[in-house]
Design a protein around this ligand. Structure first.
Ligand code: CTP
Length: 401
């Protein structure tokens, strides 16, 4: 997957640095050449010798090493690579990158490069949630820096939350995607996400509780596998997926139009919580409470079913059409019936009853239903559900390819 590619791996000073050694091994397994650079802090966690032994290459640590500078200057070092990967990207390294500092070899290389940069943040959950880190991340994303993780889980410091570095296999996949590689390279996927807003008048609308988190996680995971992703989203709270083309819509009709315009696609995932009804004859002016006739009566009409429309297209139907089924009762039976009714290939069923905390929450418990039967996944973070589903889609689309 990475044959002939050179990766400059900047290892930051955090406990996750030990995973960077496994990352070197896995990048090499994929055919990449790896040049490790260790910050001074990184050398407190892993030795240059182990990084060098695994990479089979010279390791760089010092900006002012005259021998290194004579052999290969830092400008050349940063440009000889096809991609720069920072793993772990500590809060401090992210701050330096966002601020444009160049006071050691790692930060200087990151400033001097003309190549894409992928960071795998790793830090304590409070540091990750700190407004300064959030600001720095926003700056880095705006600068076009690619990111992978962090994941949620137990941390070396004994706390739980977001801050664990992405696993080496995920970083390899993200590096491949950053280089335009990956199992879904050359494939186009459409993902719908979020709620839709159906206007009542210019200030009021009908909506639902969808945050758009699951759809965004799926889109990002697909992009990380190298796919070109068109992400058609209603007005959602969740962060937009990195690496996808975002197409913003408001209503179900606009969502259908945007999906149709984005076709053809190899696969489409309909994760949006589309409003089933819209108000017939939404008012151009604000409906006044004081209007004659008292409380207004809203007449609802059915919205187009985007999933069913695409799944039943006579020509140009994506090879794989995946729907979601938000249910509160008889989840599997209802979802199985929904799969047949809508004509999709797979349906991802989830229980959105009030007590589950799934609608608007960070976790999901799903059952994947297909022609061969069904499989229930354990309760997982929405990010993990996204990764698993993306991996399944990639395996399906590339089977026999
Ligand atoms: N969907 C869609 N367009 C609609 C309604 C739903 O594309 N107008 C898609 C959703 O994105 C999801 C699937 O259809 O993939 C099922 O959505 P869900 O809300 O569970 O089902 P409904 O069709 O609304 O059926 P019901 O209200 O009877 O559960």
């Amino acid at each position: 997957m990475l044959a002939g590619r050179r990766i400059l791996l900047i290892i930051g000073g955090g406990i996750a640095a030990y995973k960077a050694l496994d990352l070197i091994r896995r990048l090499k397994e994929q055919g990449a050449a790896v040049t490790p650079v260790l910050t001074r802090a990184a050398q407190e966690f892993v030795t240059p010798l182990s990084a060098s032994a695994l990479a089979g290459e010279k390791v760089y640590t010092d900006l002012f090493d005259l021998t290194d500078e004579a052999e290969m200057g830092h400008i050349e070092l940063s440009r000889a690579a096809d991609l720069l990967v920072v793993a772990p990207a500590t809060a401090d390294l992210m701050a330096k990158m966002a601020g444009g500092h160049a006071d050691d070899l790692a930060s200087t290389l990151l400033m001097a490069t003309d190549k894409r940069v992928l960071i795998a943040p790793a830090m304590n959950v409070r540091m990750w949630e700190h407004p300064a880190t959030a600001r720095n991340l926003a700056t880095l994303l705006a600068d076009g820096v690619l990111t992978v993780g962090p994941n949620e889980g137990d941390m070396a410091c004994g706390e739980f939350g977001f801050g664990r570095m992405a696993e080496p296999a995920e970083i390899v996949a993200a590096a491949a995607a950053g280089l335009g590689e990956g199992p879904l390279k050359g494939r186009h996927l459409i993902v719908t996400s979020g709620p839709t807003h159906e206007p009542i008048d210019p200030v009021r609308f009908i909506a639902n509780r969808s945050s758009g988190a699951q759809g965004a996680a799926i889109a990002e995971a697909l992009a990380n596998l190298g796919a070109r992703v068109s992400f058609v989203t209603g007005p959602a709270e969740a962060a937009m997926p990195r690496g996808a083309t975002v197409i913003r819509v408001e209503t179900a009709q606009e969502m259908l139009d945007a999906v149709t315009a984005a076709l053809p696609a190899d696969a489409a995932v309909f994760a949006a919580a589309v409003a089933d009804w819209r108000v017939d004859g939404a008012q151009a002016g604000k409906i006044k409470k004081t209007a004659k006739g008292g409380v207004p009566e809203l007449r609802l009409v059915e919205n187009p079913d985007i999933l069913a429309t695409v799944a039943r297209m006579p020509t140009g139907r994506p090879a794989l059409v995946v729907g979601f089924a938000a249910e509160t009762d008889d989840v599997i039976a209802n979802a199985t019936a929904k799969r047949a009714r809508k004509g999709c290939d797979w349906i991802v069923a989830n229980d959105v009853s009030a007590g589950t905390g799934i609608m608007g929450g960070t976790e999901n418990a799903v059952t994947l239903i297909h022609a061969e039967g069904s499989e229930t996944w354990p309760r997982l973070s929405k990010a993990e559900v996204g990764r698993r589903l993306a991996a399944r889609i990639a395996a399906h689309l590339t089977a026999g390819a």
